[in-house]
Structures are given as structure tokens and as C-alpha cells.
Ligand binder design. Structure first.
Ligand code: FES
Length: 281
């Protein structure tokens, strides 16, 4: 039994925008029934080029239905350029997080959107296929698709990649290639300077608090949210950082471990090795 955030349950039980738009401007289809998940997205633009109506049909689990419903809510009223900037992480965040093993549902939503926009621009009704070479033949996942989920979600392990796009979840014959892709993307990030400089010196108090908040937002919260939890920064007193767990994390037996091995470890790595993190109960 999966632990779903309240919003996931709500969107699963009362999905928004179900069905098919009449005379759509864009149609996108992803997935296959053989793999258990499939999604069809249709949209219509208004005179200003904004998404006036959008609907979905899906065959999938609770997460697939909730992710599709969330996607339609997120893109309604947006221009295609604005809609394109939405990531699968935005879909999961909108829902208050998805179980790690279900993150592929949010990726499917993003792919359906990409397919529908592509359909609008090219005028062809095609089933979405990612560019690139197929790496995982069990699920037909290409190197481009794996690169994209690794980059968008800052993934580090093959297991995470499997959770996000299913690649590697069958015979396992592609895991070596997935590992290489992860290393390549993470190497590119380092070279392009996307990673934060470690432990800047001579920070003022304000700068220190801002950096702590930034590291919590970027390096800690996404993984907690993916599990239906969250964390708030409460106070900073010298090198003592006080935080409070929210959602699933508030009652989690592993919270103490998360506090030291994740939150404190990240803050020591990026802010100061003297930092100690405490939980406000
Ligand atoms: S080829 Fe990827 S799991 Fe089988």
C-alpha cells in the first residue's frame, strides 16, 4: 500500500478535466497499455494563444490519474511557452509529492504535454516518441529520456532512474548504460558550474541564513516532498539550525536519521562544517 499525500488522493478521487477536448489544437499520447500506464492529452488555445481548455484520458494507477489531473490544472490559462517550462517535478510538487516508485507518472504527464505541443506545432497526430537511442529495450526508453529525468530531478542512482521512467526495471540488462548516463549528466552539471560552490567564506548572518534556506529548498525538500513530507526552517542561532518536519516526515521513525544524515550533512557540506541541526517538536 502506497503512502499518498492528501492532494494525490483528492485528485485521484476527483480528477479535474477528464475526457477529450472537441476539435483540439494539440493531441499528445504517451505510454502503452502493455506497461500499465497510458495517457492522452488534448488541448485547445484561445485567441491569445493561451490554453483555454485541456482534458486527459488515462489508464493507470492513482498516481497516474492524480498526475494527469494536476498537469491539466497547472497548464490551463498558460501560453505554450509557459506550459513547456513545467517539469515533472512541478507536477509532483503540486500534488505534495509522489512516492519515489511512482515518479514516472509525473514524467508521463510532462511527456504527454510535450507530445501535444509538438502535435500543435507540426500539425501531425503522432504518438510521442523520445529522440535518441533506445537504452532500455524492456520499456523502450531512450538515452535522451534518461538524461532528461536525471537532469530535471538531480538523480544519482539507477534505482531512482527506474522510479522516474521505468528504465532498468525489467531484465536489468541496461543498468550499466544507465549508470554511464548518470555519470555523464552529473559531470556536465559540475563542469557548467551548476553545483553550488562549497562553503563560501566570511558570510554575514543574513547571507548565512539565506544560504541555509537555499540549500534546504534545493537539496533537501524535493526528496522529502517526493515521499509526501516536508521541512521548514524555523530559526538559526549561531551554528545551531532549528527545523521542523511536516507531512509524512513529522511522524516518520526515520526522521532523526534524516535530520543528521541528510539535513545536517548537506548544510555542513555547503554552508559550514560547524553547523548542528535540531528538530523543533
Ligand atoms: S533492457 Fe532495461 S530493464 Fe531490460
Amino acid at each position: 500500500m502506497w503512502d499518498y499525500a492528501e492532494k494525490v488522493k483528492e485528485h485521484f478521487l476527483n480528477p479535474r478535466n477528464v475526457g477529450e477536448v472537441e476539435n483540439p489544437d494539440g493531441v499528445g499520447e504517451v505510454g502503452s497499455l502493455a506497461c500499465g500506464d497510458a495517457l492522452k492529452l488534448t488541448f485547445k488555445l484561445d485567441d491569445e494563444g493561451k490554453i483555454e481548455d485541456v482534458k486527459f484520458q488515462t489508464f493507470g494507477c492513482a498516481s497516474a490519474i492524480a498526475s494527469s489531473s494536476a498537469l491539466t490544472e497547472l497548464i490551463k490559462g498558460k501560453t505554450l511557452e509557459e506550459a513547456e517550462s513545467i517539469t515533472n517535478r512541478d507536477i509532483a510538487d503540486f500534488l505534495g509529492g509522489l512516492p519515489d516508485e511512482k515518479m514516472h507518472c509525473s514524467v508521463m504527464g510532462k511527456e504527454a504535454l510535450e507530445a501535444a505541443i509538438e502535435n500543435y506545432r507540426t500539425g501531425e497526430t503522432v504518438t510521442h516518441e523520445m529522440e535518441g537511442d533506445v537504452v532500455c529495450t524492456c520499456f523502450g526508453i531512450t538515452d535522451h529520456e534518461i538524461e532528461e529525468v536525471v537532469r530535471d530531478n538531480n538523480l544519482e542512482t539507477v534505482e531512482q532512474v527506474t522510479n522516474y521512467c521505468k528504465a532498468g526495471g525489467g531484465c536489468g540488462g541496461c543498468t550499466g548504460e544507465i549508470e554511464k548516463i548518470i555519470q555523464r549528466v552529473r559531470g556536465e552539471k559540475k563542469e557548467s558550474g551548476e553545483q553550488k560552490p562549497k562553503r563560501p567564506k566570511n558570510l554575514t548572518n543574513i547571507q548565512k541564513i539565506q544560504l541555509i534556506q537555499e540549500i534546504i529548498n534545493e537539496q533537501v525538500r524535493p526528496s522529502l516532498k517526493a515521499d509526501g513530507g516536508d521541512l521548514d526552517l524555523i530559526d538559526v542561532v549561531g551554528d545551531d539550525v532549528i527545523v521542523a518536519f511536516r507531512g509524512m516526515c513529522a511522524n516518520c521513525k526515520m526522521a532523526e536519521l534524516t535530520l543528521t544524515d541528510v539535513v545536517q550533512a548537506k548544510l555542513r557540506e555547503y554552508v559550514s562544517e560547524d553547523i548542528n541541526v535540531y528538530e523543533k517538536k
